[in-house]
Design a protein around this ligand. Structure first.
Ligand code: BGC
Length: 321
């Protein structure tokens, strides 16, 4: 045989053997692969629950989601986290409607506003349990609310400002928005706490749309329009941060007193640096975790309390040390 014939023959044999081996290997894999039956797939998740925040990528809500996720894993719940990319009431209502149309087992949502949320929740809750989280639509038939007592939280903020300041105080309030129940309650609680204290006046109140940039713009405008402002109150998680950014950058003389909400890392850093004097602590992780636990209870036919208030307190710089 010619040399090239030997080479061709050998190559042919190798190709033949390799393809035989591969066919046997993959044939075996295919024969042994069992498609999960519908029953098995269902067994992985007991329930499908959706969590709808007012703003999907908000750092505060990501903490709520984390808590919900941990509980969902523990209780075999398929958790879906969905909602508006940026705070938008109509988008939020639409997300609730879509979840209901998809016939999820349970809906966890903020109850932002009684006027629009109550009729929708009341319709849905006839077939799908709804629990409000962080913000309550207390007038609706939602099964339960889990979150801060927002009026009380605002009251605590007012008391803290009274305790931390002396002499005349002119306060600028930056609030998340004028339509959301919890924001209104946080402002009302604050007003009631300072009522009767003549040395403290609220000189301006503006809404940030829960945006840090907008909060900074408002704080800047307030400082221009009311040179007497010597205190700020921010009622949603990013408001205090926006205010502190502006104050740190532009305010040269006496630094105003700032009280904010929540304990996001940036807020804690500002407290550490003495730029924010106090913040109202909420428990977003706990809210997420408890809301799933409560939903699982409801779906398992148990009775749950109609309100579960998570802890609220004031944190100051010394509390960080
Ligand atoms: C509120 C949330 C809100 C967030 C906005 C928090 O203080 O509890 O409802 O979405 O601030 O940043």
């Amino acid at each position: 045989m010619h040399k090239w014939k030997v080479v061709a023959y050998t190559l042919g044999v190798i190709v033949f053997l390799v393809s035989c081996t591969l066919s046997i290997f993959y044939g075996y894999q295919v024969m042994n692969h069992k498609a999960p039956s519908a029953k098995e797939e269902k067994k992985t998740y007991q329930y499908h629950v959706v969590l709808i925040p007012e703003e999907l990528d908000n750092e505060y809500w990501r903490v709520v989601e984390e808590g919900a996720k941990a509980a969902a894993e523990k209780y075999g719940v398929l958790l879906e986290y969905t909602g508006p990319r940026q705070a938008d009431l109509q988008e939020h209502l639409k997300a609730i409607q879509i979840s209901a149309a998809a016939r999820v087992d349970g809906i966890l949502t903020q109850g932002l506003n009684d006027e629009q949320f109550t009729p929708l929740i009341n319709r849905i809750v006839k077939t799908i349990p709804v629990i409000t989280v962080d913000t309550d639509a207390a007038g609706s038939n939602r099964i339960s609310y889990v979150g801060t007592d927002n009026y009380h939280a605002g009251y605590l903020a007012g008391q803290a400002l009274l305790a931390d300041t002396k002499g005349p105080v002119a306060v600028g309030i930056v609030t998340g928005n004028f339509y959301a129940n919890h924001q209104l309650q946080r402002v009302q609680g604050f007003r009631d706490a300072i009522r009767g204290e003549e040395r403290v006046r609220i000189v301006d109140l503006q809404q940030s749309g829960i945006s840090r940039v907008k909060a900074a713009e408002i704080a800047y405008a307030m400082l221009q329009n009311h040179p007497d402002i010597n205190a700020f109150y921010g009622t949603s998680a990013l408001d205090g941060i926006g205010i502190a950014q502006v104050v740190e950058k532009y305010k040269k003389q006496k630094q105003p007193y700032i009280i904010g909400f929540d304990t996001l890392p940036e807020t804690l850093a500002y407290i550490n640096r003495g730029m924010i004097q106090a913040t109202v602590v909420q428990e977003p992780y706990e809210m997420g975790y408890r809301s799933i636990e409560m939903m699982v209870d409801v779906l398992n036919g148990k009775t749950i309390p109609s309100v579960v208030h998570t802890d609220t307190r004031i944190l100051r710089q010394k509390g960080l040390q």
